[in-house]
Design a protein around this ligand. Structure first.
Ligand code: NAD
Length: 269
């Protein structure tokens, strides 16, 4: 019998946490072995299935991540930046694959993952869906083919509870556009969540964030020149696409060498 990896979900009660628990328990390629929430959360000590309003799953929600990670082969983590940095160290200690979906991490927080990646496999992506990772590759290609007559605008929309703006996905798309064009994003980016912010240079890369209702995630990359426009678009209608991608990353990470990877590696794009 092939070994079925045990998975821990951190941020178990969150929008993505609950989706991940459903995805892992419905999969025959993985087993749910742990569910972690922050200390003081009212799910601590309860069966995670019952806490979600369903059948018991035989997994008790804990606020002790190391104890949970010790029983697992992978941790899937869609929480918050400070928590993710802490989990990276603990996942490395437990030699678990750490799949990071958390966005809004600062450069310092991203750098803080490096020591952990010397001992464990980290797969981190601002968006775990196949469609968006394909869109990233297309954005790079289109940006490489067009000159600076084309301004690039990344326009994203999400639900009203989203904390960071622009989204992690919008930043991935902006990075891809900059890479395709052969420039540094920081040199050409014009970030702002409320529409036009400051001067627009020819060939700039701009960001716009819309927040409202229950929008799961929409991203347009607009290439606009005098006389013509190209728009690349991805629309997510179901969070399950992120959970399925994260589970795929957790399975792919088994047996890889320690280091940092992204979904392009996992999907072989
Ligand atoms: P959410 O607020 O619904 O859930 C976050 C959960 O993390 C909460 O339950 C919270 O209690 C828990 N948490 C916070 N700190 C913790 C700690 N120290 N220990 C344990 N649990 C802790 O948010 P969400 O909508 O589920 O999104 C979570 C993150 O995932 C965000 O950064 C979001 O941008 C990102 N996200 C990424 C993708 C992707 O494909 N990469 C897709 C969707 C969302």
């Amino acid at each position: 019998m092939t070994h079925i990896p045990g998975i821990v979900i951190t941020g178990a009660s969150g929008r993505m946490g609950q989706m991940l628990i459903r995805t892992v328990t419905e999969s025959d390629q993985a087993r749910l072995v742990g569910a972690v929430e922050r200390a003081g959360h009212d799910w601590i000590g309860r069966d995670v299935g019952e806490a979600m309003g369903g059948q018991p799953l035989g997994v008790t929600v804990t606020d002790d991540p190391l104890e949970a990670f010790a029983k697992a082969q992978a941790v899937i983590d869609f929480t918050a930046p400070e928590a993710t940095v802490e989990f990276a160290g603990l996942a490395a200690q437990a030699r678990c694959v750490h799949v990071i979906g958390t966005t809004g991490m600062s450069d310092a927080q991203i750098a803080a993952l490096e020591p952990a990646a010397r001992h464990s496999v980290i797969v981190r992506a601002g968006n775990m869906s196949l469609g968006v990772n394909l869109l990233v590759q297309l954005t790079k290609k289109v940006a490489a083919a067009l000159d600076e007559d084309f301004d690039i605008e990344v326009i994203e929309a999400h639900h009203r509870h989203k904390v960071d703006a622009p989204s992690g996905t919008a930043l991935m798309l902006g990075e891809a556009a900059a890479e395709g064009r052969g420039v540094q994003l920081a040199d050409v980016a014009d970030r702002g969540r409320d529409g036009i912010t400051g001067a627009r240079e020819r060939g700039h890369i701009g960001f716009h964030a819309i927040r409202g209702g229950d929008i799961v995630g929409e991203h347009d990359v607009l290439f606009a020149a005098p006389g013509e426009r190209i728009v690349l678009r991805h629309v997510a209608t179901d969070r399950a696409i992120f959970a399925r991608g994260a589970l795929k990353a957790a399975l792919w990470g088994q047996g890889q060498k320690p280091g940092q990877y992204d979904m392009v590696d996992v999907l072989g794009l």
